[in-house]
Design a protein around this ligand. Sequence first.
Ligand SMILES: Cc1cc2nc3c(=O)[nH]c(=O)nc-3n(C[C@H](O)[C@H](O)[C@H](O)COP(=O)(O)O)c2cc1C
Length: 412
Amino acid sequence: MKDLSIDFCGIKFMNPFMLSSSPVSNCAEMIARAFDAGWGGVAYKTLGTQVEKIIHPSPRLNKYNNQACRMVGLQNVEQISDRPLGHNLKDIKWLKKHYPKHRVVASIMGFSNKEWEILGKAAEDAGADMIELNFSCPHMAIEGSGSKVGQAFDLVEMFTETVKKAVSIPVMAKMTPNITDMNEPAMYAKKGGADAISAINTLSAITEIGLDDLVPKPNVFGKGATSGYSGPCVKPVALRFMADMAQNPDLGLPISGIGGIETWIDALEFLLLGASTIQVTTGIIHYGYRIVEDMIEGLSDYMEEKGFSSVSEIVGRALPNVHHTDEFDLSRQGVAEYDLDRCIGCGQCYIICQDGGGQALSWDAENRRPVMDEDRCLSCMACSFICPVEDLIHYKEMPKGWVRHDPEPKED
Ligand SMILES: Cc1cc2nc3c(=O)[nH]c(=O)nc-3n(C[C@H](O)[C@H](O)[C@H](O)COP(=O)(O)O)c2cc1C
């Protein structure tokens, strides 16, 4: 097994894999089991002072299924920790005593400047290695908190500065994706002194409406709400924010990547786009802590195969390949190419090419095979996405100067 350790804000993580702040990191008993399973660190469930009593709505989650695919997304209305602050601090102390080499990041959320300061100090005194500032929960019941702060950039700067002044351990600001440009709040966090950025928290969403009671789910005794959405469905959005921030030379802060990570490949993609640590919630709610075994083994094998000697060598490797669309070489064009010997004659490619593509395919009913007119192909490659036979359809570049034929307009 490769050495997967990585330096993050001057702190050594034994591997980049962390639990993100949520029910998967709610107390020491759970986190100890996660550490035993292989996770290198935790962003502990967000601590509050409990001056404002936290009561979670019930039920608090809803699944988003895509036909037979279960839980491709998860919606939650959960608040920050409802446990007494003293219990959480004791648990952090216990974890640091019994797992000194694992990293404990205390996520905090204050409802006033003073509370941010108190929580920061308390977390440091309990032995936390780092602090994560929760500027990003989109459904906090307490007005003016969570992502409302993350969307008010001067507050991001002010609360970051408050906590930075109160503690000597590194401070990471957790961003909301419910904005257009994450570089803006991230730069305000940097101005406030943040040592790192974590992203993303959940997207504001509605996943499902009860067709009989007409109430959005989770149905909390007749009421639904727009609230936080996570899981594989949000990964593409998270990766986009990763790249945006990692490519910003003015930001230049380490990033902890979060959003829809379930496998070593997901984790690797975040690393390749600039994250140095990885955080997970929904993948664990779906499959349990054991998914870290696949992450450790997969990343290690990948490093071996590609000749990487440390995780930090991977961080940001794909960034030079992320361009603006105006930089594409439009003189190079191509078409879909079919290996018809392996075709099973299902006709799905023909249907979607007719109705959603370039009408490049006609149908040979006798032999049950698609017939390609390359001149009409859009190279959308949608046929290859729905073809049930793996690698039957490939992209083929056409000679320079080849131009797709536009369909003749209809005559009156
Ligand atoms: C039920 C639930 C509760 C969460 N609670 C918190 C929280 O207390 N603090 C926080 O910063 N993020 C919280 N999150 C957000 C996660 O830490 C994470 O940012 C988000 O779910 C995206 O990652 P994922 O797709 O791996 O779940 C919560 C997420 C879920 C699903």
